[in-house]
Design a protein around this ligand. Structure first.
Ligand SMILES: Nc1ncnc2c1ncn2[C@@H]1O[C@H](COP(=O)(O)OP(=O)(O)OP(=O)(O)O)[C@@H](O)[C@H]1O
Ligand SMILES: [Mg+2]
Length: 353
């Protein structure tokens, strides 16, 4: 069993009378890369700040490396945070910025030099140690901020959108680099991003938040294929959320037809999630090779190169999205049949949190 290095339990936070964090609980295993993902204003930065000690929670506990830390000051916690606005010291050089925390800890100068130079190299900032922050681009400053946090070898590294100012290409290479460094150093990391691809590709564990509530924590695979709430299903990727009537069996009723789900659906209204890429199209009902087949009309289609996205309408008037990959030159039009396998459906058990 992996060791749990950090645990938040029932964390609450108010600003004035407004509650912005609602009983958030999660655990982080040692060495894991955990991503907090959610819309703007959902509370990601507030959570990082409470872990780092810049805000005190109004309820709940935070444990880090065996200590309860929610009321102890930031400098007595072994955390390091890279802020969304990356706040470098303007009057210090890049080298001095990165070395700052180590000097505060009175580390031996030769060790400081080695750690700082290693970190600068890792962040592709070699040779820039003598510059001042105002002589660097936004993306370079962001990398200095990451280097400054890395050198501290914290119990947990807190990164708040640290790559947001990098262009797509550099962002991808720094992302790969950062993940490799994090793995090598066994550095437990909590990472905040808006970018779903980044979250899915980098993380051991993803936490999805909305309006201060934690919806789900899971591996990228679990979050994508087994979303617990409609919000998670819709936030990660794109999906068709369909309300059906369950019958305590695999069969569910949808309008005048029946569909087969991947799991037993309780009686009553349940939501099925079916991803656009799980849907196929055929000209005739006979060609449709799956458990679930529906006649639909193509309302609109968009050619996107590697795929065609179809906007379909079924007999109930509901719209479905279907992504057909490797479409060749074939574009479906008019009345067609849509089909999908039962094991590509996912029953969403909770309506909200
Ligand atoms: N110091 C503060 N005083 C009052 N309200 C605040 C304060 N800091 C944050 N908030 C509010 O708390 C909520 C959560 O903010 P937070 O900064 O944690 O969001 P976020 O998820 O990091 O968003 P973003 O993705 O835009 O950075 C927001 O509604 C925000 O307006
Ligand atoms: Mg934020």
């Amino acid at each position: 069993m992996a060791e749990i290095v950090m645990e938040l339990k029932d964390i609450k936070k108010f600003f004035g009378n407004t509650q912005v964090i609602h009983d958030v609980s999660f655990q982080v295993q040692k060495g894991d890369f955990v991503t907090l993902l959610g819309p703007s204003g959902c509370g990601k930065t507030t959570i990082l700040r409470m872990i780092a000690g810049f805000y005190e929670p109004d309820g709940g506990t935070i444990r880090l490396a065996g200590r309860q830390i929610e009321h102890i000051p930031p400098y007595k916690r072994n955390t390091a945070m890279v802020f969304q606005e990356y706040a470098l010291f303007p009057h210090l050089t890049v080298y001095e910025n990165v070395a700052y925390g180590l000097h505060v800890r009175n580390l031996d100068e030769s060790k400081v030099k080695q750690r700082v130079n290693d970190a600068l190299k890792l962040m592709q900032l070699k040779g820039m140690g003598d510059r001042y922050p105002n002589q660097m681009s936004g993306g370079q400053q962001q990398r200095v901020a990451v280097a400054r946090a890395l050198v501290m070898k914290p119990d947990v590294l807190l990164l708040d959108e640290p790559l947001s100012n990098l262009d797509a290409k550099l962002r991808e290479s720094v992302r790969v680099e950062l993940r490799a460094i994090q793995r090598d150093m066994g550095l437990t990391t909590i990472y905040v991003t808006h970018d779903q691809q980044e979250a899915l590709s980098m993380s051991d564990s993803v936490i999805i938040m909305q309006k201060g509530h934690l919806h789900q924590q899971g591996t990228p695979h679990e979050i994508y294929f087994a979303p617990r709430t409609p919000f998670v299903a819709d936030f990660i990727g794109t999906t068709n959320l369909v309300e059906v009537e369950g019958t305590n069996a695999l069969i569910v009723t949808y309008g005048d037809t029946t569909l087969m789900a991947d799991a037993v659906c309780p009686a009553g209204t349940v939501t099925l999630s079916i991803r656009p890429e799980s849907i196929r199209l055929a000209d005739t009902e006979d060609e449709a090779a799956a458990e679930n087949v529906l006649p639909v009309q193509v309302a609109y289609s968009m050619f996107l190169g590697e795929k065609v996205r179809y906007f379909l309408k079924d007999a109930t008037g509901r719209e479905w999205l279907a992504d057909i990959f490797d479409p060749g030159r074939r574009i479906f039009e008019g009345d067609v049949w849509m089909y999908f396998r039962a094991d590509r459906t996912h029953v969403i058990t909770e309506s909200a949190v």
